[in-house]
Design a binder for this molecule. Sequence first.
Ligand code: NAD
Ligand code: ZN
Length: 402
Amino acid sequence: MVSNTAGKVIRCKAAVAWEAGKPLVIQEVEVAPPQADEVRIKILFTSLCHTDVYFWEAKGQTPVFPRILGHEAGGIVESVGEGVTDLKPGDHVLPVFTGECKECQHCKSEESNMCDLLRINTDRGVMISDGKSRFSINGKPIYHFVGTSTFSEYTVVHVGCVAKINPAAPLDKVCVLSCGISTGLGATLNVAKPTKGSSVAIFGLGAVGLAAAEGARLAGASRIIGVDLNSKRFTEAKKFGVTEFVNPKDYDKPVQEAIAEMTNGGVDRSVECTGSLSAMISAFECVHDVNFLNPTYHRTLLLRRGLLPVGWGVAVLVGVPNKDDAFKTHPINLLNERTLKGTFFGNYKPRSDLPSVVEMYMNKELELEKFITHEVPFSEINKAFEYMLKGESLRCIIRMPA
Ligand code: NAD
Ligand code: ZN
């Protein structure tokens, strides 16, 4: 199937961010045809992730404007550039903000999803192959965002950042798997890896954190402690298997101390999904260490391992930090055998692994509907930003014009 727009410039509607923090403007843009190793996608549904909001506000991030934001979406391939053999027009796809070239040492390693060529780059606003944008208005280029720019009816993406999925999967639901939900789920299942019966603290109960909680539930964790500054999030979080709630504002000591008290020394795993530096530090310091002074810890450890006392707590950072943030903790926290990790996209390789996450939804092992709290037509995209800024939405689906 070859579309009659293949090889031609397409004029369509996009939501353009002209200035930091100013409402997006929906206007006509020109979308150039895909070049070698690129794919042009007709976006049907997109949704808003907090990462879009950070780069739109550009408070702690490099301002790159005018820009077309958006990275969580589902669509259909319209045309492909030279050398693209994996995808064809009509394929149902999810674009992803980080890629998989399948050739570099990271792509060949089972342990990493940080492709040398296509890993996330938030400051680049152009295509990798020629350093140019595929979007323009009256000949003036408009920058891309994380290689996806899904707040447009059509977008051009590197083939390595496109996952081909089951065409039977409803794109208005599985679009949320192209970033937030896969990220949270994978951060727990692939990186934190809690064992059955363990305790897990989740910092930030937005869609990413609640997907991390869902991962903890699937792994059989017995205590899932949700931490958020917004207590309104606690009611919703019950649907995601969160068993206990902690609002740091309710304590006059650091929240990591409160969690250590609740859990006899710390949780087995924590996953931070806030983007706040202080929450990152708390998430690290609230995991269990080895404590030679407390005999109960010794007993627990000896029982569990039968060997030398070792710490086992693992913390995983997921939130996107500001560009000048620096993580500070006393080195003793590491010497005491806590482990600190971080992940983009939950360690999933976009092309190889994402189709099977979509199948988890198709097989009813993973529910997506409960993450989708709002829906707006493309013409009202700015409302999605308001809902997120007010802490009202988990995911707001933005429906593109038919
Ligand atoms: P969200 O705004 O819906 O949720 C964030 C939650 O964190 C909110 O409920 C907020 O009240 C809470 N929070 C903020 N500061 C806090 C603090 N100090 N302590 C406790 N709770 C706090 O956002 P989201 O879309 O769920 O995204 C969460 C984070 O994950 C963002 O930083 C986003 O950029 C990041 N992210 C990372 C990846 C990745 O691959 N690493 C992918 C997607 C999103
Ligand atoms: Zn995202």
